[in-house]
Design a protein around this ligand. Structure first.
Ligand code: SAM
Length: 285
């Protein structure tokens, strides 16, 4: 059964009385060249346990299963497991977990399913929750080597943007802190059914053994980063003051102590700059 074939998808939909849901971000891959390219990008081989998020009808799942040691695929749509039972029949290294990935204890799941195996996350993500999923995977410090996911091209660029450059935002800072990102390749809208309005891209985040900068309190550091980007058109000083409930003067002083212009914009700040501002704010208190 060729899962990238539109006829197959229609037959499966009819058989299981399934209609693709926009609400769950269901755009299935129909270009047969794409799944092998994603698995190549993730560097998956038999040694690996792979966590897939959102298997859909299993087109990427099957490619991963043919090359990995084991796949655990977390899917939220309860209409899909019966379909997957048919499309993944005969593969003995795949397990489907019916759950919302954002509500799943992934650490426990990985410990249980991938004991002794290196793990990667590989998925064509539901685009409406790209950032929450990436943030959960990073902040929970899960034992994964890399996260290789297809997302909207703009989201990929944002995830991979270097802090201190125009395209960066709070999520770019979080990604760089925990990982080394790379945009691997783009995928045209016509490679999906239904075709989304936007171009997609596969991004790979290689998790660092230790964060990019050392800070005394990660929670406070990220509160500062989020505050700085909280009000887009403001200077970093105004946004940080508003976001953290500090006086503008106190924040301007901290920026100056960190060797920065008080009129600096948040996207001009590097991870090291944020660490220096964090330290200056602490010293001033
Ligand atoms: N992997 C398939 C493919 O590439 O053709 C489907 C990808 S589709 C873009 C996203 C998948 O994520 C859908 O199957 C959708 O039901 C699932 N999904 C959406 N929200 C989810 C959530 N919160 N937890 C787990 N899966 C979710």
């Amino acid at each position: 059964m060729e899962l990238t074939d539109l006829g197959t998808i229609r037959t499966l939909c009819e058989k299981y009385d399934f209609a693709l849901s926009k609400g769950f971000g269901q755009n299935f891959i129909v270009n047969p060249g794409v799944p092998p390219k994603i698995v190549d990008a993730a560097g998956i081989d038999r040694r690996y346990g792979v966590l897939e998020i959102g298997p859909g009808i299993g087109v990427l799942t099957r490619e991963i299963a043919s090359r990995a040691g084991k796949v655990v695929a977390v899917e939220v749509d309860k209409r899909l497991p019966p379909v997957l039972q048919e499309t993944l029949a005969g593969l003995d290294n795949v397990q489907v977990v019916l759950q919302d990935v954002l509500k799943t204890d992934l650490r426990a799941l990985m410990a249980r399913e991938f004991e002794g195996m290196p793990v990667v996350v590989c998925a064509n993500l539901p685009y409406y929750i790209t950032s929450p999923i990436i943030m959960k995977l990073l902040e929970e410090k899960l034992p994964v080597e890399n996260i290789t996911v297809m997302v909207q091209k703009e989201a990929a660029e944002r995830l991979a943007a270097q802090p201190g450059t125009r395209a960066s935002g709070a999520v770019s800072c979080a990604v760089r802190y925990f990982a080394q990102p790379r945009v691997m390749f783009t995928v045209q809208a016509g490679s999906f059914y239904p075709a989304p309005k936007v171009t997609s891209a596969v991004v790979r985040l290689d998790i660092r053994p230790t964060p990019a900068v050392q800070v005394p309190d990660e929670g406070a550091y990220f509160a500062l980063v989020r505050a700085a980007f909280g009000q887009r058109r403001k200077t970093a000083a105004n946004a940080i003051a508003a976001g953290l409930g500090l006086s503008r003067q106190e924040v301007a002083q901290a920026l100056q102590d960190a060797g920065l212009d008080p009129r600096v914009r948040p996207e001009q700040l590097t991870l090291e700059d944020f660490a220096a501002v964090d330290a200056a704010l602490r010293a001033g208190r």
